[in-house]
Design a protein around this ligand. Sequence first.
Ligand code: GDP
Ligand code: MN
Length: 385
Amino acid sequence: MNIHEFQAKEVFSRYGIPVPRGIVATTPEEAKAATAELGGQSVVKAQIHAGGRGKSGGVKLVRSPEEASEVAQTMLGTNLVTPQTGPEGAPVEKLLIEELADIKQELYVALTIDRGHRGPALLVSTQGGMDIEEVAANNPEDIHTEPVDPLSGLMPFQTRRLVRKLGLDQAVASEAAKVLSALYRVFVENDCTLVEINPLIITGEGHVVALDAKINLDDDSMFRHADLLAYRDVSQEDPLEAQASDLDIAYVNLDGDVGCLVNGAGLAMATLDVTNAAGAAPANFLDVGGGATPEKVSSAVKIILSDPKVKRVLINIFGGILRCDIAGEGIVMAYKETGSTVPLVVRMLGTNVAEGKEILGASGLPVVFADTLTDASNAIKQIKV
Ligand code: GDP
Ligand code: MN
């Protein structure tokens, strides 16, 4: 789960990581009042679940409360497109109005899971404020990494080593070291998959401040973070993905026109490969899971059918815990309820396959049955779109 910058900064504050004074605004009037409150100047920052806002008009410095109101007017209610959003952008419903920072230097700091060493890794760079991907590609030696042993945690010698590589003066270095250890606690205690500060600035007075804040949380840990769950902003999520997640269906929206319904993540991946091999493109990844009921299968099919991109459907069910007759019932239920006529190719094997095919065959739906993945691929090719 992603959260907004202002929420990540609330978390940072709880851990003693310095952030600029800021006020959330949802109207131009609030942006104006907030800027007055902050001394008449501010930075207006669009709150969306994506970075790259600076380059895309989502971060604006303003010199008066009136200007804040004007800038807020142009941002609120629009979809902000950045290099990290899709072409449709992300809706701007909230702004973070912050006091202006006096930036002397911009650093980069992040913690993430490094699968290579099977634990967290702390990354720092003096090349903050810009695309870290670019730095990684062109000047990888400018990014310094410390793999952390999750049992012993981040050790003081590791923070000292990183801070030394940043070449900071002693007083600044000691503040930076405190931020790094606090950041590690944020990461572990909140089950984060990513915590990033870009830029972590050094101010003219030599203080260290998190000017930006990004936190990604592990979805599988949310059951033990009720406080963080309150940070969820569904407006920032793909509507179909949000609906699927509420139904506990593993679903990822993709670009193609073949809606895929599969049980099991491995089989779902294989189904995407087969679809691509057929010269077609999948509209989604969908794993309906093992113990699905007809109602759950039906909800999954309805999600697929409500996607306007979907011109054909490929069902690939291996009937084990999810029996083929249950899947068949669910599919028919969804088609009957939506009145859809989207053609479907069904490959079913396993428990109660005869009953499953019988239910689908008798339903009057535009079904083509396939026995193997190759047959399924050929059948998908034959549907004209
Ligand atoms: P991002 O582009 O979405 O990552 O948004 P950031 O919060 O990182 O802001 C982008 C850039 O705006 C930063 O790297 C800074 O250079 C600049 N910026 C943000 N806040 C301030 C501020 O208070 N004063 C000044 N001078 N620049 C700022
Ligand atoms: Mn940033």
